[in-house]
Design a protein around this ligand. Sequence first.
Ligand code: COA
Ligand code: ZN
Length: 305
Amino acid sequence: MTPRESVQIVDVAPRDGFQAVSTWIPTETKIDIVRLLLNTRLKRVETGAFVSPKAIPQMADTAEVHASIDLSADQRLPTLIPNLKGAVNAFAANITDVVYVLSVSESHNKSNVRRPVAASLDELMKVIEIGRDRPDFRLRANIATAFDCPYEGRIEIDAVSRALEPIVDTGIPVEFGICDTTGRAFPDQVADLFEKCVERFSRTGIDWCFHGHDTYGLGIANALYAYQAGVRVFDAAAAGLGGCPFAPGASGNTATEDLVFTFHNMGIQTGIDLAKLTETAGVIAALPGVATGGHIRQLPKKRIL
Ligand code: COA
Ligand code: ZN
C-alpha cells in the first residue's frame, strides 16, 4: 500500500460526547477516561467546556479534570469556550488551549449560546485581545452549522466564508474546526467547502479541521472527502458519543475507532494504537446514560486489527 500523508485525530468524547449525557459522570471517571484516551497515543483530547453550568451541568468540573491530568510534551487538552466569560474562567484555571464556538446560522447560534452571531464574533475579538500576548495561547474557532442548520437547512459556502473572514483578518494563528453539527453534510459539499475556503484563506497560521457527526451514516465518507480536499486534522469521538444539546435530531460524532480503522487500512497513519482505542471505546460505551454509535467496537478483535 502506498503510504499517504498522515493525519491527527482529536478525540472530543470528553466534551462533545459528555455534554450530551444527562446522567452525572463522576469527576474521577472523567479523569480515568481522559487518561485512557491519552494512553492510546492520541495527541489531542478535547476535554470539558467553560460554559454555564445551568446550560450544561455535565461540564461543571472541567477545571478539576484538567488539573488532574499529566500531559506529555506532544499532547494537548483543548477546552471549549462559548463566550468571553468562558475564556476568562479558562485562563484563570491556566487553560489557554481553547476552542471558541460560533455558528454560521443565526438561529443555531441563538439557541446554542443565546446571542446573535455578530455578538459572538465581538466576544471572540475580545478573547483574542486578552489571549494573543500569552505565549501558550492556542485558538481553535469551531464554526458550527457550516453545512446544515437544524432550523435553517442547508448552509451556503459563501455564508461560511463570511463567518471566517473577520477571524482571518485578525492575523492570529487559528485552526478552523469546520463543524457538521447535524451530520447532514454530504461528501461533495464537504470537499467543495474545504477546497474553496482553503484557497480563499491561504495566509500562514491558518489550519483546518473537519468535525463530523454520523447522524446520517455519512461521517466516514465526509471525513475521506475532507482528506482528499487537503484536511489533515479530524475531530471524532470514541464510541461515537456526541451531539449538541441545542441541535435537535443530531446524533454522535463519527466514532474515532472507525475513523482510525479506515485511515490505517488506507495507508494513512494516525499514530494511535487501535487495540487500546477500541478497548477504551468499550469502557466509554459502558458508562450509564450514554448514547453510542460506530461499528468496529462491536466486532471480534481479530477482524479489526
Ligand atoms: N461559564 C460559566 N458561567 C457563565 C458563562 C460561562 N462561560 N457565561 C455566562 N455564565 C453565567 C453568568 O455568569 C450568569 O450567571 P448567574 O445567572 O449566576 O448570574 C448566567 O450564566 C447567565 O449569563 P448570560 O451572559 O446571560 O448567559 P446566557 O444565559 O445568555 O448563556 C451561555 C450564555 C453561552 C453561557 C450559555 O448559553 C451556555 O453555556 N451555552 C452552552 C453552549 C454549549 O456548550 N453548547 C454545546 C457546544 S457546541
Ligand atoms: Zn459536534
